[in-house]
Design a protein around this ligand. Structure first.
Ligand code: MN
Length: 289
């Protein structure tokens, strides 16, 4: 049975800025998609392709905390550098994904990588926040640096394109990311007129971000930069590309627990949010210059 489309949200009229380095369209919760409705996903910011121009200063977001969930950064174009309070640092290049489990709490900063920043050029990125079940919210902070070569890869029949599996399973091919609840995250690259059939469990909350190109999804047209939210009936999704297209497919089994969310802290109760703020203020998340 075909999965029902609940709504297709076009790109908002105006982007918002995260720091001075990320020019983003917010779809979760911005497209009127509450966190509980799209659980386990909490937030999706899409920096549609944009050229910031060359810069000697590094654009980005300075030191800030996270606690109780995971941040997933998916780089399509341009490169992002990061440093965190556990002493880790790295660069997310095009095709790479950083899956950071903030868990018990972390400080980090994210900014354009130095060489990229000096040259300028197209920058295209997604940041997705994935909630943690209550039992895993105090897991020590850590991250998975997943490079392009590690992705599960499927060549679609008829030279229609490719599927890169970041997390979960597509037709038996497993993605490299370890997750705390069942999550699928696929990058699908279709050539013009190419098509793909995707099967997602009915109970998963599911959506597709049209990163590039325009497509037809279960018979409905979805323009470039739109966001397709599926209903929880049916399993089959058929996509046909009207032009070369890149799609980010996300689905997950809902975490049926209360969500208390305050900026970069996502817990189960307001009391836990107050504790998180106190921990942050008292320096429990470590030190980062
Ligand atoms: Mn962050």
């Amino acid at each position: 049975m075909k999965k029902a489309i609940e709504k297709i949200t076009p790109r908002p009229a105006r982007p918002g800025m995260v720091g001075d380095g990320f020019r983003v369209y917010n779809f979760i919760p911005g497209a009127n998609i509450p966190q509980q409705r799209i659980s386990p996903f909490l937030m999706l910011d899409f920096n549609a392709e944009y050229d910031f121009g060359p810069s000697e200063t590094l654009r980005g977001v300075d030191v800030h905390p996270h606690k109780g969930f995971e941040t997933v950064t998916i780089a399509y174009k341009g490169s992002v550098a990061h440093h965190d309070s556990t002493g880790n640092s790295g660069i997310i290049h095009p095709g790479d994904v950083q899956w950071m489990t903030a868990g018990a709490g972390i400080l980090h900063k994210e900014y354009h990588e130095q060489e990229f920043s000096k040259k300028g050029g197209p920058f295209e990125m997604v940041q997705l926040w994935v909630n943690l079940p209550k039992k895993d919210k105090s897991t020590p902070a850590h991250y998975q640096a997943i490079n392009a070569a590690q992705m599960g890869k499927i060549n679609l029949p008829g030279n229609a394109g490719t599927v890169e599996v970041i997390a979960g399973n597509f037709n038996g091919v497993q993605g490299p990311a370890a997750t705390y609840s069942p999550v699928n995250l696929f990058n699908i690259k279709l050539k013009k007129e190419g098509s793909v059939d995707i099967s997602i469990p009915a109970e998963h909350n599911a959506a597709i971000l049209v990163v590039n190109g325009s497509v037809e999804v279960n018979g409905e047209k979805a323009p470039e930069h739109s966001f397709i939210l599926f209903g929880n009936e049916g399993e089959e999704i058929s996509v046909k590309a009207e032009q070369d297209a890149v799609l980010l497919v996300l689905s997950g089994q809902p975490i049926n627990e209360p969500i208390a969310s305050y900026g970069p802290f996502v817990m189960n109760t307001q009391e836990e949010i107050r504790e998180a703020i106190m921990e942050f203020q008292s320096g429990k998340f470590g030190v980062l210059d």
